[in-house]
Design a protein around this ligand. Structure first.
Ligand SMILES: [Fe+2]
Ligand SMILES: [Fe+2]
Length: 365
């Protein structure tokens, strides 16, 4: 383990921490700068224990003393600029959503188009809230398995504290924008308690699941903000989320890099085969609306197939783009190898790895 490598990991995740301390208006830019540092293993080997613990200390300090956001203190929910009735603000699907590119959506009367966009955005936000609840469920299980004095406890507890505010703002947005939105499919919610147990039983698998939920939401939110935003209230929520998520994703990457060497060869192969499918399930759960939400939006079956079917070119590209950072991490931690690559192809998440974390993609333009 070289000195250069140690410094690189600190710079990488510290950058993410600094991103989260930025002012809200520049949250996206700062998050990009912060998360943009190359991670250690992209340059060489595993971070040393000292470098890893220094990273955790820095992230914890940034969480405790940096700029923090609270759902009901830092969002002026009743401000006229955040009107959700559509009287003063517009509702439209962001370009990143394949449904926005269908003739069906384009040719809807303006009022119906706004209703579809409102429900769609609320459904994605509701999914985000539900995934964050899974993170709390498995996260507390993970913490119970840690020994006294392990610095992972303090940082991850800070992260869970921030997630409680993310859940509050996502849920409040759903309540106000479209309480009819249902979000995740019922069977997924039913398996959540089992997934939560992995926090103790198989943490490295649990952290891959965390990324399967966090990476697509983060990628989609950044893409929407980069392309000029959507509804003003949702833009504000996304800015807050992107800024704080830089720390969370930085920690998940650092944790997986740090603990990768302790995995047996068999575990690495099993995780390498499972990870692409976890990414696909996470992406599908968030980016493909549930049957109930499809019915509520009145999307005809052929339009659903065009926008969200397995062979939809826009959805396929978005799915692979959302996994770019995880692919890079999987290469670094020996999960993506010639042996496991067919699984990544089969799951539709193969492609080139990102050159640095949060590298912008062309996605759906
Ligand atoms: Fe979050
Ligand atoms: Fe998070």
């Amino acid at each position: 383990m070289g000195h250069v490598t140690d410094n690189a990991v600190i710079r990488s995740v510290v950058g993410a921490a600094q991103a989260a301390t930025g002012v809200i208006g520049g949250a996206l830019k700062l998050a990009e700068l912060g998360a943009g540092g190359k991670t250690t293993a992209r340059t060489s080997d595993t971070p040393s224990r000292n470098a890893y613990e220094e990273t955790l200390r820095t992230l914890s300090e940034a969480s405790a003393h940096g700029t923090r956001f609270e759902a009901f203190k830092d969002i002026a929910w009743d401000s006229p600029e955040f009107d959700v009735d559509g009287t003063t603000t517009e509702w439209k699907l962001p370009d990143i959503d394949p449904l926005a590119h269908t003739d069906w959506y384009r040719n809807l009367p303006a009022e119906r188009r706004a209703e579809v966009a409102r429900l769609r955005l609320a459904a994605i936000t509701k999914c985000g809230s539900q995934f964050e609840q899974l993170l709390l469920l498995g996260g507390t299980q993970f913490l119970m398995g840690l020994k006294n004095g392990n610095p992972e406890f303090r940082y991850f507890m800070h992260e869970l504290t921030e997630e409680t505010h993310h859940i509050q703002m996502f849920q409040e947005f759903t309540n106000r924008a479209c309480p009819e939105a249902t979000g995740l499919r019922p069977w997924l919610k039913n398996v959540f308690p089992l997934v939560g147990m992995l926090g103790t039983l198989w943490p490295s698998f649990f952290f891959q699941i965390i990324l399967a939920g966090e990476e697509p939401i983060d990628h989609v939110q950044k893409s929407i903000l980069r392309s000029g935003g959507t509804n003003p209230l949702l833009d504000r929520i996304m800015q807050i989320h992107v800024a704080e998520e830089a720390r969370h994703i930085g920690f998940a990457h650092a944790w997986l890099e740090r603990h990768a060497p302790s995995r047996s060869a068999l575990t690495r192969i099993a995780t390498g085969l499972a990870t692409p499918f976890l990414m696909t399930i996470g992406f599908w759960a968030i980016m493909v609306p549930s049957p109930k939400d499809v019915e509520a939006m009145g999307i005809p079956p052929e339009v659903f197939g065009e926008a969200y079917g397995w062979n939809s070119p826009l959805l396929s590209r978005l799915r692979a783009d959302c996994a770019a950072d995880v692919r890079a991490l999987a290469i670094e931690t020996s999960l993506l190898t010639p042996l496991t690559r067919p699984a990544w192809k089969l799951a539709g998440v193969d492609g080139r790895p990102s050159r640095y974390r949060s590298e912008p993609t062309r996605c759906v333009a």
